[in-house]
Design a protein around this ligand. Structure first.
Ligand code: HEM
Ligand SMILES: [Cu+2]
Length: 555
């Protein structure tokens, strides 16, 4: 206690503010990466709560748990949140954190732009949620937006959507989208310009390759959405009639604009899962990834084709038969490169020394569930089948198998894999197994039965239903499944918290991995590398560990 003024005990509260200030003003890609992931989990809490409320309402026929208007709001906020405020930050968070480490540089090309991108994204999300404090929805009642995450015209025109909740939806997503555009541009520039010596495009880790394609998609896809949102604002406030069918506008025009964004968006959300799987599966199979260049070309063609298939969301709108045929065929075409990837991951595992650590466990579940999602997707691309099942619970089942069975399972895999790098500690294996098995059961219990209720004709976006249509048991199972999933998620969150303090020390390279991020300390120092690395192959760390048998001899 005899030190100078401001000894430890006196400065403790001050230093907490210093920490907050540090994070709030940081331009370090690693801190921003962690903040993106933190924001994703924050909004995931809201999105999950909204989903749970919907599932409670749908657990039994004729329930009156939520009012119809409230159900619409929960559905809109859930979909919008999960797509823009959970899926997107997962992408940007992992890319922000990992790409500079993987390509051997010290930060993104524009560090301050990176910080601005994050804060715009985050404040856009907050703006959307401020609507709960009084946005007024359809018919001027209530608060949060209630027009669906797709905001179909003419429902979103001034005539039907009174109050300002739709404006919150437009502006919140626009602001957050502006941030995403900046960050995507920043990451593209970084990958193009900041690679370390020797890191040619043929040596780029598959993760970074897939992310590069993803950011280009972000740039291409967000633009039509922003344009459409401006047009909608003009309709609502400046007397234009883009989407006003009474004055020569077109409601189908909105759908075209929206889905030219919306379909690639689905690939924007799933490509990170492919990127994580392409790092994790080889490391835990102790083999190089099978068909590196095939993986890259498959990613490029997925990115390309995904821009041309949007109208499969509009098969029931009444486009011409030739348009429907074209979009059905191009949709089926996407199955080819996607199937190729699945084949390559399996071939990577084939004959490998597989270690079923948690990241691998989640990846294996991802493979199984994603195949189901892919198969139901191909079924839906068949036009007469889609006429029957469009806007039914079959579709809800299909896209949740993509988004949860695909994206979320691989997100968990990625967290278990890279958490040691970020924190210096391992996640608990015991809690992790509880998380895995409980969540696996809960997820399949929730969304498996929806295929059934969908085939039996249950439409999506209904807030209740009569008994005796054969839907009851499927709905009850789905709602119980949500409770099970929630327990799984609680174990995950508990694991994140508990292991940060009590986890086993990780060391720099706990999985015996191969890419550059594992050459730094865990957590990495502020400037990543004291000396910028030089690489000679796709697995620089393998070369360093096995100088007698390096990869560059074979590539
Ligand atoms: C935690 C488990 C989840 C449950 C129980 C759940 C449940 C639901 C329900 C009941 C609907 C309404 C379906 C309808 O009436 O059309 C829905 C819609 C939707 N969900 Fe989920 N969901 C979950 C997780 C997710 C995740 C992780 C994502 C994306 C990353 C997601 C994306 C969507 C989208 C985009 C919609 C469409 C909303 C709309 O049509 O406006 N969901 N979900
Ligand atoms: Cu689509």
């Amino acid at each position: 206690m005899d030190g100078p003024i401001g000894t430890a005990s006196e400065t403790a509260p001050v230093s907490r503010w210093v920490t907050v200030h540090d994070w709030a003003t940081t331009t370090d890609h690693k801190k921003l990466g962690v903040m993106y992931i933190g924001a994703a989990l924050f909004f995931f809490g809201f999105g999950g709560l909204e989903a749970s409320l919907m599932r409670i309402q749908l657990a039994f026929p004729d329930l009156q748990f939520l009012a119809p208007e409230t159900f619409n709001r929960m559905m809109t906020m859930h979909g919008t949140t999960m797509v823009f405020l959970v899926g997107m930050p997962m992408l940007f968070g992992s890319a922000n954190y990992l790409i500079p480490l993987q390509i051997g540089c010290r930060d993104l090309a524009f560090p301050r732009l990176n910080s601005m991108g994050f804060w715009l994204f985050f404040l856009g999300g907050c703006l959307l949620y401020f609507s709960f404090l009084g946005g007024d929805g359809l018919y001027g009642a209530g608060t949060a937006p209630d027009v669906g995450w797709f905001a179909y015209a003419p429902l979103t025109g001034k005539a039907f959507s009174r109050g300002n909740s739709t404006d919150y939806w437009i502006l919140g997503i626009m602001v957050s989208g502006l941030g995403s555009t900046m960050t995507a541009l920043n990451l593209v520039t970084t990958i193009l310009c900041s690679r370390c010596r020797g890191m040619t495009f043929s040596k780029l880790p598959v993760f970074t390759w897939i992310m590069l394609v993803d950011f280009v998609l972000v740039l291409v896809a967000l633009t039509p959405l922003t344009a459409a949102q401006f047009m909608l604002l003009f309709d609502r406030f400046l007397g234009s009639h883009f989407f006003d069918t009474q004055a020569g506008g077109s409601a189908v025009l909105w759908q075209h604009f929206f889905w030219i964004f919306g379909h690639p968006e689905v690939y924007i959300l799933i490509l990170p899962a492919f990127a994580w799987a392409s790092e994790i599966i080889p490391v835990f199979s102790r083999k190089v990834i099978f068909g590196y260049s095939m993986m890259v070309y498959a990613t490029l063609s997925i990115g390309f084709i995904s821009l041309g298939v949007w109208a499969h969301h509009m098969f029931t709108v009444g486009l011409s038969p030739s348009a429907n045929t074209f979009f059905a065929a191009s949709t089926m075409l996407i199955a080819v490169p996607t199937g190729l990837k699945i084949f390559n991951w399996l071939a990577t595992m084939w004959g490998g020394k597989i270690r079923f650590e948690l990241p691998m466990l989640f990846s294996t579940a991802f493979l199984c569930q994603f195949v189901i999602a892919g198969l139901t997707g191909i079924m839906l691309s068949v036009v007469p089948f889609d006429w029957q099942l469009s806007d039914s619970y079959f579709v809800v089942a299909h896209f949740h198998y993509v988004l949860i069975g695909g994206l979320l399972f691989m997100f968990f895999a990625a967290v278990y894999y890279w958490y040691p790098k970020v924190t210096g500690r391992m996640l608990s294996r015991k809690i992790g197994h509880l998380h895995f098995w409980i969540f696996l059961v809960g997820f399949n219990l929730t969304f498996g039965p929806m295929h059934g209720s969908g085939i039996l004709g249950m439409p999506r976006r209904i807030y209740t239903y009569d008994a005796g249509r054969g839907w009851d048991i499927f709905n009850l199972m789905a709602s119980i499944g949500v409770a099970v999933q929630a327990i799984g998620i609680l174990f995950f969150v508990w694991n994140l918290y508990w292991s940060a303090r009590n986890g086993e020390e990780a060391g720099d390279d706990p999985w015996d991995a191969w890419t550059l991020e594992w050459t730094t300390t865990s957590p990495p120092p502020a400037y990543n590398f004291e000396e910028l690395p030089v690489v000679h192959s796709r697995r620089p760390l393998w070369d360093r560990k096995h100088p007698e048998d390096p990869d560059w001899k074979y590539e």
